[in-house]
Design a protein around this ligand. Structure first.
Ligand code: ATP
Ligand code: ATP
Ligand code: MG
Ligand code: MG
Lengths: 254, 254
């Protein structure tokens, strides 16, 4: 059975997609078979990995009928990493599923046919606490929460932690995988204050690894590449290499 | 009748709330009576203007019963600016409204009782193309789209423009108020490339005013202040003063 981790935070623009892509690539390069599920209608994880527009829409088909998941999966340029790409049509699907009784279990059913093929499945969520994050929380083992060291992101942390807690009623093994500080600017006093506050409140849950603000991370997706392919010696790449190592080590010790 | 402008972009973290707060303050300081409607369950606009948690929830009550709007409105510390604050309970409300026939007209009905009191109404939207942005698009005159000069934000622009276009079927006078380049880093070649591309595609729709990346804009909300109160001589403040002036001038010439 694969380890399933959702990347979630209803606060927008905190680095969910950037972390999902670069962690998935890190895990695949470490020799584990990995599937990245793009559950965001924006389809940023799909375009950031260079998946052509006409090949997107996999996650839409899979949520409608679980036995189409296998052929909806697309390989990436990284050996060992596949993706279930997304499509803006997920916006309509969210509306259509609202009346159905199993609407929150769709992703769980969709992943059953393929789960023996992967050791890790990462799910990139849209910035909300709506139907798609709910689907992710019901089928994943844990939630990785990227957070910027800024005021609004701090305020939102209580909401996402409460939402994970609530989802435990439907998925008893759900827990927080970790909290990742992203876009960190070491020269900003304010960022250090927020980081200290997060560590005081959440202690061990916060990764030692910190991802700095690095323009290379914003440029890489425009080339359809992960940071390790685009700028392997950049500070952003080092941050995600360290995170991958720390996350894999935490699996072994659990 | 007030001019109603929605701040919308399904891409997260592009500066919707920061623009909504600082533009609303700019408009009030220019002598116009302004109402800021916080339609995001994150309630960032409410906390960024220092509204105490126990006084939030206004927009929730107003969407349930329009005649409660008046007493749900709260004054801010800026003379001439009021706010209809938000609350995380909006997440549940979005689910509850899904089955009702008038779910997309709720905000329109809620604003009727108070519209004679204001010359401008700004609506801060959550990062989605769901029920609350749909409510905003059906009652507003125009949509102001903040955008970061980064790859994912560019990709998302086509989606939000298509969504505005679609909403014209239900609200014939809807148009794009303008596209604002935010968090601009003048020393980044990539940012200039993206900015040039946006201007080539959208021409006049893009404001001349550009808001630079400025840490003062990230710090201000933790003090419950707008940038003009927190750091009036900062580059961020100058950017929003220029935007306010340009937006008000465009109203006169239309
Ligand atoms: N460490 C970093 N340094 C600089 N830029 C970054 C970094 N991480 C992400 N970015 C850029 O910041 C923007 C926001 O990141 P990203 O899209 O990954 O966030 P998100 O949480 O997935 O957003 P959304 O809420 O819209 O899904 C993107 O343009 C991305 O390229
Ligand atoms: N010009 C700027 N320079 C530096 N930081 C900024 C700037 N504008 C906004 N910020 C900060 O960036 C973060 C994102 O901005 P903001 O919350 O306004 O975006 P948003 O689009 O409203 O996000 P969401 O999609 O979650 O609603 C916030 O922490 C904010 O304080
Ligand atoms: Mg994303
Ligand atoms: Mg916002």
């Amino acid at each position: 059975r694969p380890k399933i981790i959702a990347l979630a935070n209803q606060k927008g623009g905190v680095g969910k997609t950037t972390t999902a892509i670069n962690l998935a690539v890190g895990i695949a390069l470490a020799g584990k078979r990995c599937l990245l599920v793009d559950l965001d209608p924006q389809a940023n994880a799909s375009s950031g990995l260079g998946i052509a527009i006409k090949r997107r829409g996999g996650s839409h088909f899979a949520l409608i009928s679980p036995d189409s998941t296998e052929q909806a999966i697309v390989p990436t340029m990284i050996d060992g990493l596949d993706i279930l790409p997304s499509h803006p049509s997920l916006v309509q699907l969210e509306r259509e599923l609202q009346g159905t009784s199993d609407r929150e279990r769709r992703l769980q059913m969709a992943l059953i046919p393929v789960s023996t093929r992967y050791q890790y499945i990462l799910i990139d969520c849209p910035p909300s606490l709506g139907l798609f994050p709910a689907n992710a929380f019901l089928c994943c083992d844990s939630v990785l929460i990227p957070i910027q060291c800024e005021y609004y992101a701090m305020e939102g942390l209580a909401q996402i932690l409460a939402d994970v807690e609530k989802s435990k009623r439907m998925n008893s093994c759900l827990r927080v995988e970790g909290v990742l500080l992203t876009m960190f600017e070491p020269e900003s006093v304010f960022a250090h204050e927020v980081a200290d506050e997060v560590r005081t409140h959440l202690g061990e849950l916060v990764y030692d690894s910190i991802v700095p603000r690095d323009v290379a991370l914003a440029e890489a997706p425009s080339h359809g590449k992960a940071i390790l392919q685009y700028a392997p010696r950049s500070r952003g790449a080092r941050g995600y290499v360290e995170l991958t190592r720390e996350l894999l080590m935490r699996q072994n010790s659990n």
